[in-house]
Write a protein that binds this ligand. Structure first.
Ligand SMILES: C[S@@+](CC[C@H](N)C(=O)[O-])C[C@H]1O[C@@H](n2cnc3c(N)ncnc32)[C@H](O)[C@@H]1O
Length: 207
């Protein structure tokens, strides 16, 4: 975990400063997310990065806890929040597995560009389910690095890792595998569609 935090701390300022590569795909994800959030929703975002999405959505929900393993990402999130009048957001340095979420169970858990970043994706999904109330929503978008893409990406990423240019823990799950894992963890799949460069956007309701 220290290696993971070090990696993201190292790239946090650049990650936060870089423009979003696929603005159309991002806007679609945000619009689709909004359709599933209510004004009083208590929301947890995992792997929130520099907090841009949490800050965007905060005025439309009851409260957001924005969490991330990287202390540097959390610092940037707090800096950004200080420049706004958004008051219903808390930034927490934590992984989903930490005992750091006294507000659980949440009405919704958001996970953007995150579910592939752990070695055991089913264990992560089980843990997210634990953090949600029955009927709560898991809303995720995940890079598609599985299936045929894995054949190209896995060796490339292994090489990048040698130079510290790729995250330490990556799971090469395909969209189909991800959907099956979420369903197996006790969720009903409500939305399964592709945004941007074929990233699966999945909304799943905890049974
Ligand atoms: C690709 S970035 C995505 C950030 C943001 N959700 C977005 O869509 O721009 C992945 C984020 O997950 C965080 N992260 C990686 N592994 C993590 C873990 N095990 N627990 C919590 N956060 C983690 C990183 O620090 C990073 O901020």
């Amino acid at each position: 975990m220290a290696e993971t935090e070090d990696f993201w701390n190292r790239i946090a300022r650049k990650y936060a400063a870089d423009p979003i590569k696929d603005m159309e795909g991002y806007n679609r994800t945000i619009d689709r997310t909004r359709e599933h959030l209510s004004r009083d929703a208590r929301v947890l975002e995992v792997g929130c990065g520099s907090g841009a999405t949490a800050l965007l959505l905060a005025p439309e929900v009851g409260h957001i806890t924005a969490s991330d393993i990287s202390s540097e990402m959390i610092t940037i999130g707090r800096e950004k929040a200080a420049g706004t009048n958004v008051a219903n957001i808390d930034f927490v340095r934590a992984t989903p597995f930490d005992d750091a979420f006294p507000d659980a169970p949440y009405d919704a858990v958001l996970a953007y560009n995150f579910l592939h970043l752990v070695p055991d994706v089913p264990a992560l999904i089980d843990r997210l389910a634990e953090l949600m109330r029955p009927g709560g929503l898991l809303i995720s978008k995940t890079p598609n690095i599985g299936g045929a893409r894995r054949l190209v990406l896995q060796p490339l990423i292994a090489a990048m890792r040698l130079f510290g240019k790729a995250p330490p823990d990556l799971s090469f799950v395909s969209p189909k595998q991800l959907k099956a894992m979420i369903a197996k963890a006790g969720f009903e799949i409500v939305v399964f569609e592709f945004h941007g460069d074929s990233r699966p956007f999945i909304v799943a309701k905890k049974k």
